[in-house]
Write a protein that binds this ligand. Structure first.
Ligand code: UT7
Length: 331
């Protein structure tokens, strides 16, 4: 989707929250048959954050949301819509968005979740753009919050080394200058859903003693299959979003790929022929935090002082569904 010139939304505040507890590869070596060397060479991950037992996704999301509001110079009451992307909601219902609304004291503004796996943050940006540019909403708090360690099977070395917990948030408003969202591209393929999913806990397989005994409430993933699709689709989304923005590969100042695996991040950078320094990564310290990975990355890139006005940032993600999307953005 290409935007009309002059009419776009922009990020006016960012915030993140990651739990204090760090789980290193050395810790994982004591839990399953794995090694620091395997994890680093196959994924790029060195450590990840793990929430405490009493924390739920909204606790992380509220902290990130509060920081984003502060950085935008706003109070919770100034927001007129809350969207939370998550695959690990506090409860199936009410939505995590509603728990966040309560926690922030945001008043009776509408609040809901979107479920698009790791692509949820970009799906949220595209949705927010429509809602703001239509005039329906002015200030949207979009949060990606994930507490994957609570649906991780700590006996499965194929998955338990990959994931972590965290939240990232942005405030979105109509842009008053040239900066903001330039174009977007979003897709899904429900035929491949079972390559990455949580089989039980919904209406297909409700919770029973048997579903728990069979460990069906944990995240299940055919990693190498997902890997191939992720590389292909993230490349496709990146190229298509650039094309609709009328930009060339060499116009990109920073690529912010979803942080699933260092090899996927590098492959996406290579597809765009970008030098390594233009490809952002923080996977070494957080692992895969799913929907939180892009908003955390935007915040960190900005905090590191690397983003200058006018910079072109390309965000691209792939996740459960399958879903994949990209957003081209002028900082
Ligand atoms: O966030 C959205 C989507 N998620 C992704 O995009 C994740 C995509 N997938 C991946 O990142 C990678 O496929 C993994 C990191 C999950 C796995 O890497 P891989 O290079 O695809 O390895 P593999 O699954 O093909 O396994 C290779 C070998 C196997 O042993 P054999 O059969 O060759 O003897 C695995 O059993 O590595 C073994 N293995 C491990 N060894 C040590 C799997 N996990 C581990 C482990 N430690 N933790």
């Amino acid at each position: 989707m290409k935007k009309e010139a002059g009419k776009r939304i922009k990020i006016t505040g960012t915030g993140i929250y990651v739990p204090d507890k760090i789980l290193t590869n050395a810790d994982l070596e004591k839990m399953v048959d794995t090694s620091d060397e395997w994890i680093i060479s196959r994924t790029g991950i060195k450590e990840r954050r793990v929430a405490s037992e009493d924390q739920a996704t909204s606790d992380l999301a509220i902290e990130a949301g509060r920081e984003a509001l502060n950085s935008a110079g706003l109070k919770a009451k100034d927001i007129d819509l809350i969207i939370v992307g998550t695959s690990t909601p506090d409860t199936i219902f009410p939505s995590t968005g509603c728990w966040v609304q309560k926690g922030l004291g945001a008043g009776n503004v509408p609040a809901f979740d979107i479920s698009a796996g790791c692509t949820g943050f970009l799906y949220g940006m595209i949705l927010a753009e429509g809602l703001i540019l239509s005039g329906a909403h002015k200030r949207i708090l979009l949060i990606g919050g994930e507490l994957l360690t609570k649906i991780t099977n700590w006996e499965d070395r194929n998955t338990c080394v990959l994931f972590g917990d965290g939240a990232g948030a942005v405030v979105l408003e109509e842009s008053d200058d040239e900066s903001g969202m330039l174009s977007s591209y979003w897709k899904a393929d429900g035929n491949l859903g079972e390559l990455l999913y949580q089989p039980a806990g919904g209406s297909r397989i409700p919770a029973t003693d048997q579903s728990v005994a069979q460990r069906l409430h944990y995240l299940h993933m055919k990693g190498n299959e997902v890997f191939k699709h992720a590389v292909k689709k993230m490349g496709e989304a990146a190229v298509e979003a650039l094309k609709s923005a009328g930009l060339k590969k060499e116009d990109v100042d920073y690529l912010i790929p979803h942080q699933a695996n260092m090899r996927i991040i590098e492959a996406t950078g290579r597809r765009l022929k970008l030098p390594r320094e233009k490809v952002f990564s923080n996977i070494h310290k957080y692992g895969n935090v799913s929907v939180a990975s892009i908003p955390i990355s935007i915040h960190e890139l900005n905090e590191e002082g690397k983003l200058n006005k006018g910079n072109i940032v390309l965000m691209v993600a792939f996740g459960a569904g399958f879903t994949w999307a990209a957003v081209a953005y002028r900082w």
